[in-house]
Design a protein around this ligand. Structure first.
Ligand code: NDP
Ligand code: GDR
Length: 363
């Protein structure tokens, strides 16, 4: 029997990788996408199947986590074996600007999906994956962070995800549902949104190298993160739903770098050597040899409450799921730089040929 999966957030970074992975495993994959005024399926266009042909295995539905009528209808229609709830307003800084919406989509949205499973009598059939996050640890109370480390969320995003975490545990305990939390640490790729710090750095430095941009503005260079590759992490999401019993797992590499180090590694792959001068908000990164200022600290990118350091302990996932990440930090940065350099060179060529390339260097 072909297994059927439903992915919310299928147009996002993880959704795109997971859809491709599950299709490769023979699944019929359904995805929920939001209505937008422009096409928003760039990350999954390579998987697209014409809705007019029979026997499609990749099917998209319009939907939104803030609308339970629509979620119930989709779950009823698809009757999935597995639901991966990846949809979220996932930007921590933006959650300070849209806290109520973030709580609605990221917190209550999870409840709406769990209730849809229950209302439709699918509690014994449908397995549920919740995209939980290392942001739950926020102001860390133990290092490295593991499944038993107490939570201390530091943003409206993290507080909303805390609700989603516990409602998932609650439905597992109350109704015997197969429901899991993957507590994933930061994971990146060429599909990463342009306003997350890693992509902002690889894209910004590549555009500087291609002459498309002068300078990169960043916030807290001292923040420390445990960065892995999204392709490794989505395999874990699937593995969690294939076990005899449901459980919650930390997924991380166990290695930490600062934002400053990420800038330096990306610069190294572009053959740029940086020298830092100053400290904190005044700090700037100059290119050795030319003396050009390439990186500048801008207070607008500092958060009202910062998560200074995150480092995960993935021992449980390694022991119980047999998982170890296969892509190293340096391979990750190299791949992101390479892809962004290709895009920057293409834009530079178009601009030289007289095409108007918008100057959307950063947000
Ligand atoms: P992205 O921001 O790339 O993707 C988020 C997805 O959710 C997009 O498809 C987006 O649609 C969709 N979405 C947003 N709001 C709604 C809504 N109200 N209704 C329906 N869909 C919505 O995130 P990632 O792929 O990086 O992350 C996937 C999940 O994992 C998220 O829940 C995130 O919070 C969580 N997470 C991510 C980590 C990471 O490092 N990447 C680490 C830990 C957890 P659209 O394309 O239209 O914007
Ligand atoms: P994060 O990722 O908040 O960890 O959430 P992000 O890349 O946005 O920030 C990481 C760290 O870098 C610092 N920083 C900057 N961040 C951004 N975005 N832009 C900047 O210019 C900048 N300068 C410094 C931040 O202050 C922060 O400390 C991501 C998201 O994917 C969440 O959805 C997910 O849950 C967590 O990772 C795990």
């Amino acid at each position: 029997m072909t297994k059927v999966a439903l992915i919310t957030g299928v147009t996002g970074q993880d959704g795109a990788y997971l859809a491709e992975f599950l299709l490769g495993k023979g699944y019929e994959v359904h995805g929920v996408k939001r209505r937008a005024s422009l096409f928003n399926t760039e990350r999954i266009d390579h998987l697209y199947q014409d809705p007019h042909v029979d026997h499609r295995r990749f099917i998209l539905h319009y939907g939104d986590l803030t609308d339970s009528t629509n979620l119930i209808r989709i779950v009823q229609q698809v009757r999935p074996d597995e639901i991966y709830n990846l949809a979220a307003q996932s930007h921590v800084q933006v959650s300070f600007e849209t806290p109520e919406y973030t709580a609605d989509a990221d917190g209550l949205g999870t409840l709406r999906l769990l209730e849809a499973i229950r209302i439709l009598g699918l509690t014994d059939k449908t397995r549920f994956y919740q995209a939980s996050t290392s942001e739950l640890f926020g102001k860390v109370l133990e290092t490295p962070q593991r499944e038993t480390t107490p939570f201390y969320p530091r943003s409206p995003y993290a507080v909303a995800k805390l609700y989603a975490y516990w409602i998932t545990v609650n439905y597992r305990e109350a109704y015997g549902m197969y429901a899991c939390n993957g507590i994933l640490f930061n994971h990146e790729s060429k599909f990463r949104g342009e306003t997350f710090v890693t992509r902002k750095i690889t894209r910004g430095l590549a555009r500087i190298k291609a002459g498309m941009q002068d300078r990169l503005h960043l916030g807290n260079l001292d923040a420390r993160r445990d960065w892995g590759h999204a392709r490794d992490y989505i395999e874990m999401q699937w593995l969690m739903l294939q076990q005899p019993t449901p459980d919650d797992y930390v997924i991380a590499t166990g290695i930490q770098h600062t934002v400053r180090e990420f800038v330096e590694t990306a610069a190294e792959f572009l053959d740029i050597r940086l020298e830092w001068r100053g400290e904190g908000v005044g700090e700037k990164g100059y290119e050795v040899g030319t003396g050009r200022c390439l990186v500048e600290i801008d207070p607008r990118y500092f958060r009202p409450a910062e998560v200074e350091t995150l480092l995960g302990d993935p021992s449980k996932a390694r022991e119980k799921l047999g998982w170890t990440p296969s892509i190293s930090y340096r391979q990750l940065v190299e791949e992101m730089v390479r892809e962004d350099m290709k895009a920057a060179e293409r834009d530079a060529l178009c601009r030289r040929e007289g095409y108007a390339i918008p100057d959307r260097s950063e947000e």
